[in-house]
Ligand binder design. Structure first.
Ligand code: HDE
Length: 689
């Protein structure tokens, strides 16, 4: 049944009128609108009248559609889901969200940090990983990142970090990138950033998909059990699809191919039922362990190697529903590290402590009211009662007189309102758990002084290819430092404390003398390398959740094409057919196969592996097509598997594709190869530092 009937009014403009199920168009105040095409005029060609409340309300509301974007993490993508607790940890925490079998609704928002809301998805940047659990004891927000450590130790440095990394104040560029003067000027003067810089310069900041990155709570928190006993805890999210990253050249080209690469990928995965999943892991430790470490567990620039405290998996997060409305949900969601529930508590990490007052404040200025908790995406799903009253945009209508406590109104038969409960949130007593007390001093603890040991740990835990990427990223970023000539040597001087070889590679890559080593506040120590820190050691040889681009042209063998598609789909991957024309190609059997993407708009960087299925004639045509040559050349350069029919050889030759383990025919060998990246190929395609 049609929802609207159309009629043509004066001047030929289209009027759509409600009929059937279509609701009547009204003003915000419910007044039915008779004409949504013409404003009210004085005479047919006269001025518009102030009286036109329909026009004025429509424009007035439109004029105010935007709210201030987040000062950091402005660009984000969100999804609804569910968290299911899978292990009994009642000995550690009394939180209902951790009761084995308990299912809790969640909303998750992933973000980049530096760019504005309209910036691209694939810059080299940290990713936010913020989870709001709507537990039956109130909302718990775990507002973390995809990197387990942070740039700074104390919240007082956060505005400096953000000012330095965001676009420069006078010229308003670069958008969304750290490769510029002010960031490196600041970072090279702040040795505590060194560990996080290692992560930022690694491929961790170039995730292949939001579905394929880890998440971390970063700070040390506490778990508190029913007896009030507290333990220290670090939270981890482990992606079921493994960790997967792109490489720099690919990320740059993805930026050109698709500004919304990650947002689209997340939306489409959920839309097609391929629900992304992560396991929630905890590292639990006590005061004795904390005191025995060569770093301070309250220092957010440090991690706890998984080899020292294994990650115990206690639940699973499944994202299973896309937002209904981006603004109402993803934009208005207000994460607050202060949203915490009984059974979980803060530690004295000075970075976390600073966050505890920042977020409430920012939400007030972003959302305009202290009542932002009443916006549906922020509202708790459990009952909520208190004596907070009034304020801008109040939507609750409390009944009765009880807006203060204590009161004895109940004795008079009136509603006396809510009362506190002994089961409510109580701050963990330091005497029954890890103790962190001290005098009030504006001081940085001596235990925070070692800025290099874990940077070294990270670097030395990477394989040779990952180390080369890190060295090359430093070279690239520092090469973007313009007039501030003192900055690159200062940074390299710091890197000498991390690893002499790394420093030398970066100095060579920049073409500068190796500077004198900077003086470390505390001499670094060697820690045992940790495999958990490497992406390459944590990638899964799988095609699940990935995409294979299949290039075809007129004359492609239908059976050969179908065999590839079938084999790819059997691995739970997307088989995406690409042809010079989106209408399709005429195959060997005379049928026309519609393409999923046109060659010009579907470069190989949007795929994890490519198959090139061509006839002699098809190949002869594509050899003269730059986009086709580039398709093969980039797949090779981005270290991806390339499966090709024998007839495609001239195209591969023209693209400079040389035979190696990742270049196969279209049989089973291709499917095996497609699950990998061929990092050994890299020295043949580009010079790394
Ligand atoms: Fe944030 N951070 N942050 N941050 N942060 C914000 O809150 C802040 C820090 C993180 O998807 C802001 O709503 C301070 C660490 C994520 O909506 C703001 C400090 C970590 C998100 C803010 C930090 C984070 C934010 C901006 C130093 C990883 C996006 C808008 C003490 C553990 C949440 C907003 C979303 C957002 C302040 C440090 C993660 C301004 C002062 C460390 C994922 O309030």
């Amino acid at each position: 049944m049609s929802d609207v009937t159309t009629s043509t009014g004066n001047g030929g403009e289209t009027h759509q009128q409600a009929s059937g199920d279509a609701p009547v168009l009204t003003t915000n105040h419910g007044v039915p609108v008779g004409d949504n095409q013409n404003s009210l005029r004085s005479g047919e060609r006269g001025p518009t009248l102030l009286e036109d409340f329909v026009l004025r309300e429509k424009i007035f509301h439109f004029d105010h559609e935007r709210i201030p974007e987040r000062i950091v993490h402005a660009r984000g993508s969100g999804a609804h889901g569910v968290f299911e607790a899978t292990d009994d940890i009642s000995d550690l925490s009394k939180a209902a969200v951790f009761t084995k079998g308990e299912k809790t609704e969640v909303f998750v928002r992933f973000s980049t940090v530096a760019g504005g809301a309209g910036s691209v998805d694939t810059p080299r940047d940290v990713r936010g990983f913020a989870v709001k659990f709507y537990t039956r004891e109130g909302n718990w927000d775990l507002v973390g990142n995809n990197i387990p450590v942070f740039f700074i130790q104390d919240a007082i440095k956060f505005p400096d970090l953000v000012h330095a990394v965001k676009m420069e104040a006078d010229r308003a560029y670069p958008q969304a990138g750290s490769a510029h003067d002010t960031f490196w000027d600041w970072a090279s003067l702040m040795p505590e950033t060194t560990h996080m810089l290692m992560w930022a310069m690694s491929d961790r900041t170039l995730p292949r998909s939001l579905r394929m990155m880890e998440g971390f709570g970063v700070h040390t928190f506490k778990l508190v059990n029913a007896e009030g006993k507290a333990s220290f805890v670090k939270f981890h999210w482990k992606p079921r699809l493994g960790i997967q990253s792109t490489i720099w050249d690919e990320a740059l080209k993805l930026q050109a191919a698709d500004n919304d690469y990650h947002r689209r990928d997340l939306w489409e995965a959920i839309d097609t039922g391929a629900f992304p999943q992560w396991d929630l892991g905890i590292q639990v430790f006590d005061q004795d362990f904390a005191e025995a470490q060569p770093y301070d567990v309250l220092d957010a620039t440090k991690l706890i190697p998984e080899e020292d405290v294994p990650v115990r998996l206690i639940g699973t997060l499944t994202l299973n529903r896309n937002p209904d409305n981006f603004f109402a949900e993803t934009e208005q969601v207000a994460f607050l590290p202060t949203n915490i529930v009984p059974g979980i508590d803060f530690s004295n990490d000075p970075l976390l402590q600073g966050r505890l007052f920042s977020y409430m404040d920012t939400q007030k200025s972003r959302l305009g009211t202290t009542n932002f908790h009443q916006i549906p995406i922020n509202a708790p799903r459990c009952p909520m009662h208190n004596f907070q009253r009034d304020g801008l945009m109040q939507t609750h209508v409390p009944k009765g007189r009880a807006n203060y406590e204590p009161n004895s109104l109940a004795a008079h038969g009136e509603d006396g309102g809510p009362r506190e409960t002994p089961a409510g949130f109580a701050t963990a007593n330091a005497a029954t758990g890890p103790g962190e007390q001290g005098d009030k001093l504006r001081i940085r603890a001596e235990t925070f002084a070692d800025h290099y040991s874990q940077a070294r740990l990270f670097y030395r835990s990477q394989d040779e290819h990952e180390q080369a990427h890190i060295a090359s990223s430093f070279v690239f970023e520092l090469s973007k430092v313009g007039v501030l000539e003192q900055v690159p040597p200062r940074m390299v001087a710091n890197l000498r404390n991390v690893d002499e070889n790394l420093a030398k590679r970066v100095a060579d890559g920049l073409g500068i003398e190796l500077p004198e080593k900077s003086k470390a506040a505390k001499a670094p120590v060697d820690m045992a390398p940790s495999d958990a820190l490497s992406i390459h050691k944590n990638m899964k040889p799988t095609l699940e959740g990935r995409a294979v681009g299949i290039l075809i042209a007129d004359g492609t063998d239908a059976a050969e094409l179908d065999a590839v598609i079938k084999a790819v789909e059997a691995e739970k991957a997307r088989a995406v057919v690409v042809a010079p024309k989106v209408g399709g190609a005429k195959l060997s059997d005379g049928t026309v196969r519609k393409a999923d993407g046109q060659l010009a708009g579907s470069p190989s960087q949007i795929f994890d592996a490519v198959a090139i299925v061509l006839s002699d004639a098809g190949c002869a045509a594509l050899v003269k097509e730059a986009a086709a040559v580039q398709f093969a050349m980039d797949a090779f350069g981005h270290l991806k598997a390339i499966g090709a029919s024998a007839a495609a050889k001239p195209l591969l030759d023209k693209a400079g594709v040389e035979p190696d383990a990742g270049v196969t025919d279209l049989g089973a060998a291709f499917i095996t190869a497609a699950k990998h990246r061929f990092y050994d190929r890299e020295p043949n395609v580009r010079t790394l530092a």
